[in-house]
Structure formats: structure tokens, C-alpha cells
Ligand binder design. Structure first.
Ligand SMILES: [Mg+2]
Length: 123
């Protein structure tokens, strides 16, 4: 069991991922954007952060950089539909370059999601 923070500005996405993680008996908290995520992160220790990239108030790339800057050993999975923060540029590969353990392109099936999470937590 791990403590996982889900960061996504879309409530249905957060709900779907939460259900899946709770089936695997992980403890889950939710944040609506990067700024909210930083606040949650500082309140409690998380083993893993699963973050969307395109969000209104502090995007996922800035969040990943902020988490890594604090030299945290938290594991990060970036998820995105491939839309850009500016224009249509795909930010997922950049998320990996700046410190995400793994990336997943939306839409993904839940089996894919589960196995990515398990792989990261086992690494
Ligand atoms: Mg989004």
C-alpha cells in the first residue's frame, strides 16, 4: 500500500484514478492543480504523485520541477492528453526529461494505468 497524490484539474479523471488506486488498497488524496498539489504535498508524505500536465494554476511541468527541486524521493507519473500548455506541443516527453519516472498518454486503459503504477512503486 502506498500513499498517492492525484493531481488533475478534471474531477472525473481524478475520480476514475482514485477508484482504481483504492481497489489496490492505496491511500489517495486529490489536488486540482499544481499549486494545490504543493500544499497537499507539504502537509503529508506521499510515496507517489500522479500528475496531469495541462492545468490552470501551476501546470504539471512546473509541479514536477518544484518537487524535484526539493530533492524529494517521491515517484512521479505524468499523464496527459498530449495537448500543450502553450499550443499543441506534446509535453509528455519533457515531463520525463525533468524527472518523471514514467509517462502515460491519455486516454489510457485502466489496466495500463495499474501496471504503470505497480512498476513505478516496485522500482
Ligand atoms: Mg488538464
Amino acid at each position: 500500500m502506498a500513499k498517492i497524490l492525484i493531481v488533475d484539474d478534471e474531477e472525473p479523471v481524478r475520480a476514475m484514478l482514485r477508484d482504481m488506486l483504492e481497489v489496490h488498497e492505496h491511500e489517495v488524496e486529490e489536488a486540482v492543480d499544481g499549486r494545490d498539489a504543493i500544499e497537499c504535498y507539504r502537509r503529508g508524505h506521499f510515496d507517489m504523485v500522479i500528475t496531469d500536465l495541462v492545468m490552470p494554476d501551476m501546470n504539471g511541468l512546473d509541479l514536477i520541477m518544484a518537487l524535484r527541486e526539493e530533492k524529494k524521493d517521491v515517484k512521479i507519473l505524468a499523464i496527459s492528453g498530449g495537448g500543450g500548455i502553450v499550443g499543441r506541443f506534446d509535453y509528455l516527453p519533457i515531463a520525463k526529461l525533468i524527472g518523471a519516472e514514467s509517462i502515460l498518454k491519455k486516454p489510457f486503459d485502466l489496466q495500463q494505468f495499474s501496471s504503470s503504477v505497480a512498476k513505478i512503486l516496485d522500482a
